[in-house]
Design a protein around this ligand. Structure first.
Ligand code: NAD
Ligand code: ZN
Length: 360
């Protein structure tokens, strides 16, 4: 048995208003006048002076605003890398991602692809990256995915939705300023927050569970319960707790795995473009047989926050379309192994997944 030896985020700042320290943190990392910092920012902040006025551009530094309507694609990473190479005289000093899981993943992937040959799709998988990435900083503006702490960057490629999992993926620096999450719309807050909750449930009830994962998962789950079941927390407290729940949830799955909801949600994302947070919710709502306690509590949280989920999204799909989703899901072997055990193929068949998808 060989145990995973995995890197963590090297540096992290935590605190409301800590985003103000960004320039001070970056200054010593500037390699030369020709090596700029490139900011990848969710375009929801395009006219948000509260955020942009605190970014100090000098020399050739650039801000690139990015739409997160769709989840990151390998082709999008390749195009960004090409743009950056064309617009800069030397390799950048650093890539700074400011946004949710989509932007954090893009920042990680771009920083890797600036120093590695070929296309992003060539690196979807485990430990395929050869060269260290460029210095990269993650600044989450919505909490839940754990992308700020994870060793992966989830990308949709021409053939699969799969992460670039590597020792070079984690951020060199993260800034956890919960104030940046204050304007997240309520439904989105719930969907991305539930991603964290589902990470905990899938990690804590999986066969890969160990004490490392359990301790992080327990804390994260406890925070999720406080947050989503009790409506009396102040906004500030709730934002801070969700930010730390996301961090701990990410740490928990780093040493275990996610499970059924994630496997099936990847299918929905690939075929229908359903985004990660809401997709996980749509699937998880129907997983009582796998996670009875977790799903019961989830329904309670949904009720408390008056969140309605889309229904019947698979109602008009053809058999071929079902097969595409089912194949994507079944290919995520470690997720099933974690959820069900080594003999998962005995119970998780195409027919079984089709029945589940048909309910969604
Ligand atoms: P997101 O980044 O797609 O953002 C969701 C929405 O919230 C967007 O419309 C965005 O504009 C908006 N938003 C973000 N911050 C805001 C703010 N402060 N105010 C107002 N609006 C704001 O969503 P997400 O759920 O954070 O991330 C989903 C992505 O993360 C998926 O692509 C998924 O694959 C990926 N993911 C990655 C990991 C990982 O470990 N790398 C883990 C889980 C999910
Ligand atoms: Zn997730």
């Amino acid at each position: 048995m060989s145990y995973k030896n995995f890197p963590m985020v090297s540096k992290v700042v935590f605190g409301r208003g800590s985003f103000n320290q960004l320039s001070e943190i970056l200054a010593p990392k500037r390699l030369s006048m020709n090596a700029p910092f490139i900011y990848l920012i969710d375009d929801v902040f395009k006219n948000n002076i509260w955020i942009t006025s605190r970014i100090q551009l000098s020399y050739d530094d650039k801000i690139i605003f990015i739409s997160t309507k769709e989840e990151p694609k390998t082709s999008q990473v390749d195009a960004l890398v090409e743009d950056i190479i064309l617009m800069t005289k030397a390799l950048p000093s650093g890539i700074i991602g400011i946004g949710g899981g989509s932007i954090l993943d893009l920042a990680k992937a771009v920083s890797i692809m600036l120093t590695n040959e070929g296309e992003a799709k060539d690196y979807q998988g485990w430990d395929l990256v050869k060269n260290a990435a460029i210095y990269h900083v993650g600044i989450p503006t919505i909490s839940g995915t754990g992308a700020e702490v994870s060793r992966t960057t989830v990308l949709t490629g021409p053939e699969k939705k799969l992460g670039i999992n590597s020792d070079f993926t984690p951020f060199d620096q993260v800034i956890l300023d919960s104030e940046l999450t204050k304007d997240v719309p309520k439904n989105q807050w719930f969907y991305t927050g539930m991603d964290c909750y589902i990470h905990c449930i899938e990690s804590l009830s999986g066969t890969y569970l160990n004490t490392f994962s359990q301790t992080y998962g327990d804390i994260s789950l406890q925070l999720c319960k406080e947050l989503f079941l009790d409506d009396t927390l102040s906004e500030e407290e709730s934002q801070e707790k969700l930010m730390m729940a996301s961090w701990h949830g990410g740490m928990s799955i780093a040493y275990s795995q996610v499970g059924v909801a994630h496997a099936m949600s990847y299918g929905l994302a690939y075929l229908l473009g359903v985004k990660h947070g809401i997709g996980n919710c749509i699937v998880f709502d129907h997983l009582e047989e796998f996670y009875p306690e977790g799903v019961k509590l989830f329904k309670e949280m949904k009720r408390i926050h008056k969140v309605e989920l889309p229904q019947g999204i698979c109602a008009n799909l053809s058999d071929e379309e079902f097969d595409i989703m089912i194949n994507i899901a079944l290919n995520l072997v470690p997720l099933w192994e974690n959820a069900i055990g080594k003999n998962w193929r005995n119970t998780i068949t195409s027919k079984k997944l089709k029945e589940l998808y048909q309910k969604m």
